[in-house]
Write a protein that binds this ligand. Structure first.
Ligand code: FE
Length: 341
């Protein structure tokens, strides 16, 4: 009991987000462990508290939340985890810290390919892994698929972050799902052979590298483009590229998700389920997707005008769960082709 109380105390120190009166305590509370940043999560939780009177407490962290949940075990105060990337959602499953939950609202709002088959996690937003191309040096339509990244004509012209980064691991995992391991490895070798420089930096750095003439095409997540346009220092770099939605005409563009999971120990389970259901509603989906230039996971909710203006997303319908299952194979493949060196 004592341990639980002290964990709750530290949660309180880290802060309750509610601007509504703490008299709302009568409605109870819900505790969130979040890998997602405060500016993304706070507007959502404020809306939730306003609607339900349930107070939402958040612990923000960059790393180690799955380990923390494991360590805290049954004493954990956390009810829900919010995170990005299928790999991180899957890590929660592998560490056995999430609980299955299905409700008619959750399974109706979130498509089957964007949630765990038993409800161990749900996607909330999607992001497309795009190809960015130089407006000056690459003609429109010159590259339209991920497969073409291995084409000789891009020799010395491609930039990307580490092959080991979860965003690229998920992309490679989707390639394995579509083409099998042998063919994907040949492809990855081809992409490596076309790199302009050793993989480095984040997705934004690749767009900057295009604007600096280091390379002509790059791989990156869609929302970074929006964030760069919004940033004075990075606006010009973003303006120097075109966006390609790879495989839009065929099997669809690879997407990843941000998502949520109910914890196994959830002390405020009912409130947690209310919050999960709230997060899939039109109102919350708008807020969540818009603030980070993402796509709502709920297909009934349209993306923001800005994001819609980038082109039409035809997402690859491959279940994210299948991509998660290819993670290990993808990591080993990146090592085998020595992608990062
Ligand atoms: Fe990111």
């Amino acid at each position: 009991m004592k341990k639980r109380a002290s964990i709750l105390a530290s949660l309180a120190v880290l802060g309750s987000l509610t601007t509504a009166s703490t008299a709302a305590l009568a409605e109870g509370e819900v505790n969130i462990y979040s890998y997602r940043q405060p500016y993304l999560v706070e507007p959502l939780l404020e809306a939730f508290t306003e609607e339900t009177g349930i107070e939402a407490n958040v612990v923000f962290a960059k790393n180690g939340l799955a380990e923390r949940l494991q360590r805290e075990g049954r004493n954990s105060p956390a009810d829900i985890v919010l995170t990005v990337d299928i790999a991180r959602l899957n890590e929660l499953v592998e560490k056995d810290v999430t609980a299955p939950i299905t409700t008619p609202i959750l399974t109706q709002d979130i498509p089957e390919n964007l949630r765990h088959p038993e409800g161990l996690w749900y996607g909330l937003t999607t992001r497309a892994r795009l190809i960015f191309t130089s407006k000056d040096r690459v003609k429109e339509g010159e590259i339209t698929t991920y497969e073409e990244l291995a084409d000789d004509k891009w020799n010395g012209r491609i930039c990307t972050r580490s092959g080991k980064h979860p965003y690229n691991i998920a992309l490679i995992g989707s390639m394995i799902a579509h083409h099998g391991e042998a063919e994907t490895e040949k492809w990855l070798q081809g992409v490596k052979g076309n790199l302009a420089r050793k993989p480095q930096g984040g997705d934004r750095d690749q767009i900057k590298a295009i604007s600096e003439g280091v390379c002509d095409i790059a791989i990156g997540n869609s929302y970074y483009y929006g964030k760069m346009l919004d940033d004075k220092a990075e606006h010009a770099a973003a303006e120097s590229v075109n966006l390609v939605f790879p495989n839009a005409e065929g099997r669809g563009t690879h997407i990843n998700i941000s998502g949520m999971a109910l914890t196994k120990s959830a002390p405020n389970r009912d409130n947690a389920v209310k919050l999960m259901e709230f997060l899939t509603t039109e109102k919350a989906q708008h807020i969540y997707a818009e603030v980070n230039f993402e796509y709502p996971a709920n297909p009934e909710v349209a993306p923001s005008k800005v994001v819609a203006g980038w082109g039409e997303l035809n997402p690859d319908p491959l279940p994210l769960h299948d991509i998660a299952e290819n993670r290990e194979a993808a990591v080993k493949m990146v090592d085998r082709v020595n992608f990062d060196n």
